[in-house]
Design a protein around this ligand. Structure first.
Ligand SMILES: CC(C)(COP(=O)(O)OP(=O)(O)OC[C@H]1O[C@@H](n2cnc3c(N)ncnc32)[C@H](O)[C@@H]1OP(=O)(O)O)[C@@H](O)C(=O)NCCC(=O)NCCS
Length: 207
């Protein structure tokens, strides 16, 4: 009698260890998935929300929710971090309108889980996916007093300069060193959950 073929276990999330020894899991947000966006937003203080959106943001409007959940795994990518099964942070990038080879990066971590290394983990995950997708440049805009973001952006060598009341910077895409995530696992999960081949959009125009 022949044995049934073994089905490889397909990972649906990438496990990570945080700086305090705790654990989290990472996965891409699915297109139109809104519940984690709302839960992360609910877990952020007014100050954290203002830091993320650069203006006071007491609630997420329908239009904003539609925009934030319109991910496609290529031009607009968002990865969710969960802690004990609950949404704890989101890292995202979106291609900029002026430069198809550049993406704007944005991070958000619920107040309860800030300062545990999740911001670095999310930055590593989305920049890893960006690199796999052929992105060449990273751009970021933060409020001047945003020390955690400034520190994270320094680690991927984005020089920030003061412009119109904000700190802005663009730099060639560089990954965090050392890595904060299992990059092979991140790229593998990204490729498996992205409908089109990861390198279809940018390899040619950005070469
Ligand atoms: C920015 C943000 C995502 C960082 O998340 P986090 O999980 O706290 O980040 P980490 O734990 O990985 O810490 C990153 C760095 O910031 C430092 N840091 C974190 N919180 C800090 C604080 N309150 N004050 C000073 N430094 C802080 C950490 O020590 C670390 O520095 P290091 O790399 O030199 O050791 C989080 O603070 C946040 O969600 N803020 C509100 C939204 C926001 O500002 N988004 C970014 C703009 S798009």
């Amino acid at each position: 009698m022949s044995l049934p073929a073994l089905t490889p276990r397909t990972a649906t999330a990438v496990p990570v260890t945080l700086s305090d020894g705790g654990t989290a899991a990472l996965r891409p947000l699915e297109p139109d998935e809104r519940a984690p966006l709302l839960e992360v937003f609910a877990g952020m203080s007014g100050q954290s929300r203002a830091s993320r959106y650069l203006v006071p943001m007491p609630r997420l409007s329908e239009a904003y929710l539609r925009h934030l959940s319109a991910t496609d795994g290529l031009a607009h990518v968002a990865w969710l971090a969960t802690v004990a099964g609950r949404p704890a942070g989101i890292g995202r990038y979106a291609v900029t309108s002026e430069d198809p080879c550049a993406v704007e990066v944005a991070l958000e971590v619920v107040d309860q889980h800030q300062r545990r290394g999740l911001g670095a983990v999310l930055l590593d995950a989305v920049t890893t996916v960006a690199a796999a997708n052929g992105v060449r440049r990273l751009r970021a805009t933060v409020l001047p007093g945003n020390e955690p973001s400034r520190r994270l952006l320094t680690r991927v060598a984005i020089p920030l300069r003061f412009e119109d009341g904000l700190l802005e910077g663009t730099a060639p895409l560089r990954l965090l060193d050392p890595a904060r995530v299992d990059r092979h696992a991140v790229v593998e999960l990204a490729r498996r959950t992205t409908p089109a081949p990861c390198d279809a959009h940018w390899t040619a125009p950005c070469a």
